[in-house]
Design a protein around this ligand. Structure first.
Ligand code: CA
Length: 237
């Protein structure tokens, strides 16, 4: 499932910067320039998250956040507030208005994506115990077991290191979808934010090496310029 994020920001350059980075991280993005427009866009379907600028023409972001929180239809909608203000008092006002988190301009796109992912992780139901299957791979998180099950042969148990297991579990829980290295770092490594992105490549390589004896390594695909994905229909090579 692609997660949809609505950006409410009147400054086109900032809205564009955010949209590009979110799209690159695998999100579907919609944009509104002020609150009234956002209300219309959310009439039929809600996004999974709202990125809301504090200073908007017409209704302010703070006022809009308060209204969304007091409406039963939108009171659970996660809100990430954006602002040029950096004062501690403003931060409190922003959070009091109902925002889930707060990013001060100028912000790094990487930080913004990390905040978005952190909010979404808190919101989404935990799927950590759900058994997963993609093609011949069957992963059981509770038993911490990975099996390769090919037709007409006995199931094979595949040994993986803990990081490779978590990495594969995340990829298999979102099959066919491309994940950037930044997203994988956030979802698999979590709070250890100072790990370099090439760490992901190292663990992908180990993961493929562990899967290779069971002819499952090509299920982990490199998508050039974007990242990695697990697919049940790998390109034959
Ligand atoms: Ca603004």
């Amino acid at each position: 499932m692609t997660l949809k994020i609505l950006i409410v920001e009147d400054e086109p350059a900032i809205a564009e910067l955010i949209a590009i980075n979110l799209t690159h991280a695998g999100f579907e993005v919609e944009r509104a320039f002020q609150a009234d427009q956002a209300v219309l866009m959310m009439k039929d379907t809600l996004p999974q998250l709202l990125i809301l600028d504090w200073m908007l023409p017409g209704k302010s972001g703070v006022q809009f956040a308060k209204e969304l929180r007091s409406n039963p239809k939108t009171n659970a909608l996660p809100i990430l507030m954006l602002t040029a203000k950096g004062e501690e008092a403003d931060k409190v006002t922003g959070l009091d208005s109902g925002a889930d988190d707060y990013v001060t301009k100028p912000f790094s796109p990487k930080e913004l994506i990390a905040r978005v992912n952190a909010i979404l992780r808190r919101q989404l139901p935990s799927t950590e115990d759900t058994p997963l299957a993609v093609g011949p791979l069957k992963l059981d998180p509770v038993a911490h077991r990975l099996m390769a099950v090919w037709p007409n042969s006995a199931p094979k148990s595949i040994a993986l290191g803990p990081t490779e297991f978590r990495l594969l579990q995340f990829l298999m829980s979102n099959p066919e979808r491309v994940h950037s290295r930044a997203v994988l770092l956030d979802r698999v490594w979590g709070n250890e934010v100072y790990i370099e992105e090439r760490t992901v490549d190292v663990h992908i390589k180990r993961l493929r090496a562990a899967l290779a004896p069971w002819s499952c390594d090509n299920l982990i695909e490199t998508v050039r310029g974007s990242g990695y994905r697990v697919t049940k229909n790998p390109v034959q090579n």
